[in-house]
Every structure is written in structure tokens, then in C-alpha cells.
Ligand binder design. Structure first.
Ligand code: ADP
Ligand code: ZN
Ligand code: MG
Length: 495
């Protein structure tokens, strides 16, 4: 479920009174293409190591890259969903450095002329909306994956899996617009949701298809200039991002409190000790010697192509939330939960389309359905209760054919067995509309069995009436209409 706030404690008020943190995020996402960005190798995750490789992605001499059009389209989808301007001309560049996971000795990326710039997304923090700028979105290739065996420094073996090498990535760089770890968390959550909705990436942090580096600085509140920034790498979950930012803000604030200066450096998040540790300083920073990639043509995006891609974009989460609130009379909170994924939103709309009331559908989905799915570790797509089946159940409740207490039991049986509500209600005799004759018969039996209480009632003990109602409800297994039970009992007892 998408959450735009988190349980993590925020910064202490006395810290925020004195200092203002500034945060910008650099996010890498793997684009969901079948094949790599410059060759035809598969991008499938989890295949045996070094089985999805060819001379191009292994960087063998004499090979030439060929740009995957689908990768450009995926990046365009993300750029449009993030309100960026897609440039009609962009260009690939070589980013030169040596590392075993980079067989060519350079990464093909975009530098001076990225695919898209100048976008934004909107986050919501404690009910207030805030726009966070997106500086640029560009295309690049992923490096291979290093695997280490053994944990001691001396007994470590390193392996390289080149399957990932050449997987298409988009790097999405934010403006330094965030001011708290919570805002950074909300930005990443919102970005993730947009990328999922647009089908651009499966944004799985565990499998590495979403990676985030955080830039953070602290300045005295009211200062015009930003402070010196530190880049934090190696956070592999949303929670760690937030923890790392909080730690780093506190560390920098203490440096400033001591009258010292923060040094510009890259630090790593150590998640076993919950601290950031220095990795490299600015003096040792890479000089990548970027230059235009001579083996690839510039990328040209025509207005027609851009519009064609725009037409295939789905309704985005924010628009969907607003529409749900007005169209189905549900609360903004309901809408947020129900749009947390496209599949959940589609399910909800299917339930409502076949005639279930919106609010009831929203309530039932957020309680019984989501609980059932969670307990059985199932995704909404694999729900044993289809939207039509849930709608049928809700209509039975709405028309008072069954009580809501009974409906909960029926739902549990539907979830377990896949049978329909009507089938279960008929088979187990759960219909609420116990006929008046059946109620009357039950009432006569209860009265016949309890002459003492009848006498009490007749001598003016009104309290005992409840006893009769309870007995009749019990005899009709809780399915009789309580009003009918009342009326019939009054009639019989006063005759
Ligand atoms: P670099 O040249 O080191 O890559 P950039 O200017 O390209 O730095 O910015 C990289 C990221 O750092 C961006 O997300 C940007 O928003 C963020 N950033 C820039 N300056 C600061 C700062 N002073 N404090 C926090 N984040 C910053
Ligand atoms: Zn290849
Ligand atoms: Mg930069």
C-alpha cells in the first residue's frame, strides 16, 4: 500500500528551529523492456549468471550498440508522467571509469543533453500538498553485478554476473526541494507509484530495479545559500532512506554546532549499525571525462512520437484519487488506499460498475478483502473473490436479504471456497428474510416454554420483553428482521 507518511520519528523541533535540512534525490530505475538497451539480450531477472550476454554487452572490441526504441519510449512515459519537457534532440555520452563490472571501461549515459528536463511531482504531507521539482530524466545502461562470497576481508571471492550489464535505466534527479526525511520518503513513494502505474518499471528495491542516492545538507534557518552537501549511497529500502537522512542531518548539525565545516563527500549507509560512513571525499571524486558517444546517433523525438506516447499513458494516481472521491462519494483516505495500485483501483471500479454502492465497496475492500488477501499472502489479481462476486454480496446486504453480520461469514466462505454469495446463503439457509409465519411460529414456541416470564410481562415488567426478543432471534439464528420480531411478539403477548 502506498503510504505518503511513515511511522519514523521526525527531527526534533529544537533542531528544526535552528537548522533547515535540504535534500535532493537521485533515483535509478530499471526500465521494463524485454531486451537490453543496446543489444538483443534478455533482461530477465534471476536467470543463471552470465547466460544473457553477447559481444555487445560484454564490450568486446569491434561491436556496435544499437538503441532499443522501447527503452526510449519507457523513459518518455516516465518523463511525461512527471511533467517533464522531452527534448526533440538528446545525445548519449561516455562516462569513463574503470571497474570490473563495466567491461567497456565506460558507461553509455546522457550528460549535457538529457532526454527530458524540468518536471515535477506533487506529494502530500499531513494533508498539505507540495510540489517537488525534477531536474532531469535521462537514459543510461546498467553495469554488471558484483557478488561476494565470504565475509572476511582475506577470504572473499568476487564474482561478476554480466546479465545485468546493459539493462536500460532511467536516472531521475530531483531539485533540492525537500526539507525533511518525511518529504523525501513521500517523494520516493509517489515516484514509485507513478512508475508502477505507467508500467515503466517494477520498482522493486530488493531486486535492485529501484535505487536511490540521497544528497543532503544542513543550513542555519533563514540562510540564503545551501550548505555543503553529502551524498549518501547504499540504502536499499524506504525505511533506510529515512533513517539515513535523519542520521546524516543530525551528524551535520553537530558538525555545525561545533563551529566546524561539513566536508563534501560521499558516504555509505551502514544498515547494521545505523550510521553513515565516509566512502570518498570530493578531492578523490571521479573525473569521468564525459564526451559524446561516437557510436550512437543523437536521439530525435518528434512531436508526433511524443504525442503518441502521451496518448498511451493511463490515468495517473492523483487524478484517479480525485475522480474516485467525486464519482463514488468515498473519503480522500479511502481513495488513497484504493488507488495504491492500479490493480486495486480497477477492482474497486469493477465492483461499483456492476451496481454495488461505492462507500460499501470501499469499506469492504479495506477491511474483509485486504485482510483476507494479506492473511493468505495473495495479490489482488489472485483474489478468490471476484469483483462481481463481491458486488453480489454487497447487493444482498443492501437489499436486506442478509444482515451484515451474516455477510461477513458469507464473505469468509466465499474467500475460502470461491463459491458465490447466493449459493452459500441458499445452501446454509442464511437469508435474513425469515418469513413472518416462521417468526410467529418461533415466537409462539418461546411463549409456550416460558409461562413465568409471560406472567411477569403481563404484570407490567417491560424489561422481560428483551428476553423474548433474544429467544426468538436465537431460534431464528439471528436472521430474522428485528422489527418484525418486535411487532409479532407484542401482538402475541398482549393478546
Ligand atoms: P553533482 O554535481 O555533485 O552531481 P548536482 O548539482 O548534479 O550535484 O546535484 C545532484 C543532486 O544533489 C540533485 O538531486 C540536487 O537536487 C542535490 N543537491 C544539490 N545541491 C544540494 C545541496 N546543497 N543540498 C542538498 N542537495 C543538493
Ligand atoms: Zn547483449
Ligand atoms: Mg550531477
Amino acid at each position: 500500500m502506498a503510504k505518503t507518511t511513515s511511522e519514523e520519528p521526525s527531527l526534533a523541533p529544537e533542531v528544526l528551529a535552528k537548522y533547515e535540512p535540504v535534500i535532493g534525490l537521485e533515483v535509478h530505475v530499471q526500465l521494463l523492456t524485454r531486451t537490453k538497451i543496446f543489444c538483443g539480450c534478455s533482461t530477465r531477472f534471476g536467470d543463471p549468471p552470465n547466460t544473457n550476454v553477447c559481444p555487445v554487452c560484454l564490450g568486446l572490441p569491434g561491436t556496435l550498440p544499437v538503441l532499443n526504441k522501447r527503452a526510449v519510449e519507457m523513459a518518455m512515459r516516465a518523463a511525461l508522467a512527471l511533467n517533464c519537457t522531452i527534448h526533440d534532440h538528446s545525445r548519449f555520452a561516455r562516462k569513463n571509469y574503470f571497474y570490473p563490472d563495466l567491461p567497456k571501461g565506460y558507461q553509455i549515459s546522457q550528460y549535457e543533453l538529457p532526454l527530458a528536463t524540468g518536471g515535477w511531482l506533487e506529494v502530500e504531507i499531513a494533508g498539505a500538498k507540495k510540489r517537488i521539482g525534477i531536474t532531469r530524466l535521462h537514459l543510461e545502461e546498467d553495469a554488471a553485478k558484483n557478488l561476494h562470497e565470504g565475509f572476511s576481508q582475506s577470504a572473499t571471492k568476487a564474482y561478476i554476473d554480466y546479465n545485468r550489464c546493459g539493462t536500460p535505466l532511467s536516472e531521475i534527479v530531483s531539485e533540492p526541494d525537500m526539507r525533511t526525511p518525511e518529504e523525501a520518503y513521500a517523494y520516493l513513494t509517489t515516484l514509485r507509484q507513478i512508475l508502477l502505474y505507467t508500467g515503466v518499471s517494477d520498482v522493486n528495491m530488493e531486486e535492485g530495479s529501484l535505487r536511490c542516492d540521497a544528497n543532503v545538507s544542513v543550513r542555519p534557518r533563514g540562510a540564503k545559500e545551501f550548505g555543503t552537501k553529502v551524498e549518501v549511497k547504499n540504502m536499499n529500502s524506504f525505511r533506510h532512506l529515512q533513517k539515513a537522512l535523519k542520521y546524516e542531518i543530525d551528524r551535520q548539525r553537530e558538525v555545525l554546532d561545533r563551529g566546524e565545516r561539513v566536508s563534501q563527500e560521499t558516504r555509505l549507509w551502514n544498515q547494521t549499525e545505523d550510521v553513515t560512513v565516509p566512502m570518498r571525499s570530493k578531492e578523490k571524486a571521479h573525473d569521468y571525462r564525459y564526451f559524446p558517444e561516437p557510436d550512437l546517433l543523437p536521439v530525435h523525438v518528434s512531436a508526433a512520437w511524443r504525442d503518441e506516447v502521451r496518448r498511451t499513458l493511463p490515468e495517473l494516481p492523483e487524478a484517479k484519487r480525485a475522480r474516485f472521491v467525486t464519482a463514488y462519494a468515498i473519503t480522500p483516505y479511502d481513495a488513497e488506499v484504493l488507488t495504491s495500485s492500479q490493480a486495486l483501483a480497477d477492482y474497486f471500479e469493477s465492483v461499483v460498475k456492476v451496481g454495488a454502492p461505492g462507500k460499501a465497496a470501499a469499506n469492504w475492500m479495506q477491511t474483509e478483502l485486504l485482510r483476507g488477501l494479506k492473511d493468505s499472502d495473495k495479490e489482488i489479481q489472485a483474489s478468490p473473490v471476484s469483483p462481481a462476486a463481491l458486488a453480489e454480496l454487497l447487493k444482498l446486504v443492501e437489499s436486506a436479504k442478509i444482515t451484515s453480520a451474516v455477510a461477513k461469514k458469507v464473505f469468509a466462505t466465499m474467500f475460502e471456497s470461491g463459491r458465490t454469495a447466493a449459493e452459500i446463503v441458499a445452501a446454509e439457509g442464511l437469508a435474513a428474510q425469515v418469513s413472518d409465519t416462521a417468526i410467529e411460529q418461533a415466537a409462539r414456541e418461546v411463549i409456550a416454554k416460558n409461562p413465568d416470564n409471560v406472567a411477569k410481562f403481563k404484570s407490567g415488567n417491560e424489561g422481560v420483553f428483551k428476553f423474548f426478543v433474544g429467544q426468538v432471534m436465537k431460534a431464528t439464528r439471528g436472521q430474522a428482521n428485528p422489527q418484525a420480531v418486535n411487532d409479532i411478539l407484542r401482538k402475541l403477548l398482549s393478546s
